[in-house]
Design a protein around this ligand. Structure first.
Ligand code: ZN
Length: 350
């Protein structure tokens, strides 16, 4: 059976998806017309329901201080505590509402619990529908709509569950400066990001490859605007899946932003729901070769119907054995050159 272009699909749905969700995640709400809004969560939930995957809900608890301090500084966490009950802006992009800190602690705890469940094999697939998002949050500051770094907390949860090596593949259209900063010198965390470039937040150059013992475990694939499914397919095939195969993580996490979607109002990429499904399938395929469980943590995605449809396709790809033909695709010279640069950067000596 085939569907779409170039896909040989084994139509088999396997296993259930552990789902992290909480009503508190809707309480993070701006009074202005902010794109990072509670309706995103409603759309994301609808996407998972529409996917038809079997879900089991993991009721999240708040993240404890000890695990938070493995990702963020004590002084930043203290500052955040003082914002309970407050409404205002932390920076020109990032708001807090009276229950935002509670929501962020619950999102962080849910992400950590998902990481733990994957590492202990209580589940082999998971989705965390968390808000506020996380990948711009740095050790010592909130940024870019993000308060606490959920993907990093999932990685640390996985470590509590016994995982040594954790890979984070960030498919959000923005570079995850926070996640990169947290793990820049850590040889046991692979951080791979595909992102629009030049673009917010300005980090994620192809030559940023980690430092010290972590040199080579940061992999950036900056792509200029207009990248479509074929460009992302080639980036996965040439850079991301080889990096995953070489690293052989115990747990693979996806920073699942859907703002590279073709109609997203914040970015300029042209990825379709099928393109997102292809990316997730590539990641799952690579993870399966090392028998690693896979969890997706929601990041951005600001077109509501796009978010629902992309998450629907991605949730299905998470549980399907959906083989993608490992064939090259012809790209425009600009994107081709960008991918060659990323391939070259990854081949440089450590
Ligand atoms: Zn984003």
């Amino acid at each position: 059976m085939t569907r779409g272009w170039g896909h040989a699909i084994v139509a088999k749905m396997a296993g259930e998806v552990l789902l992290v969700d909480d009503a508190l995640f809707e309480e993070h709400a701006s009074t202005s017309n902010h794109p990072e809004r509670p309706a995103r969560l409603v759309a994301a939930r609808a996407g998972v329901v529409r996917s038809g995957v079997t879900t089991r809900t993991l009721p999240p608890a708040d993240a404890e201080r000890a695990i938070l301090e493995r990702v963020h500084t004590a002084s930043y966490l203290d500052k955040l505590e003082k914002l309970r009950g407050v409404r205002g802006m932390i920076d020109p992009d990032t708001y807090v509402a009276p229950r935002s800190v509670e929501a962020a602690l619950r999102a962080a705890g849910g992400s950590a619990a998902l990481g733990r469940a994957l590492a202990t094999r209580a589940a082999t697939r998971g989705v965390a529908l968390v808000r506020p998002p996380g990948h711009h949050a740095e050790p010592d500051r909130a940024m870019g709509f993000c308060l606490l770094n959920n993907a990093a907390l999932a990685a640390e949860g996985a470590r509590e569950g016994g995982a040594k090596k954790v890979a984070i593949v960030d498919i959000d259209v923005h570079h995850g400066n926070g996640t990169q900063a947290i793990y820049y010198s850590d040889p046991n965390t692979l951080y791979v990001s595909l992102h629009q470039w030049p673009f917010y937040p300005g980090t994620g150059a192809v030559d940023d490859r980690g430092e010290g013992e972590g040199l080579g475990t940061t992999v950036n694939v900056p792509l200029s605007q207009g990248a479509d499914d074929d460009v992302y397919h080639e980036a996965m095939r040439r850079v991301v899946t080889p990096a995953l195969a070489e690293f052989a993580a115990d747990v693979v996490l996806v920073s699942g932003g859907f703002d590279a979607f073709e109609r997203d109002p914040l970015a300029s990429m042209h990825v379709t729901p099928n393109g997102f499904a292809d990316m997730v399938s590539s990641i799952v395929g690579a993870a399966e070769r090392t028998r690693s469980p896979v969890g997706l943590i929601l990041e951005g995605g600001y077109d509501l119907e796009g978010l629902a449809t992309c998450l629907e396709a991605s949730a299905r790809a998470l549980v399907e054995s959906r083989e993608i033909k490992d064939e090259g695709r012809k790209l425009d010279p600009r994107h081709q050159a960008e991918i060659e640069r990323a391939v070259l950067a990854r081949s440089e000596p450590r």
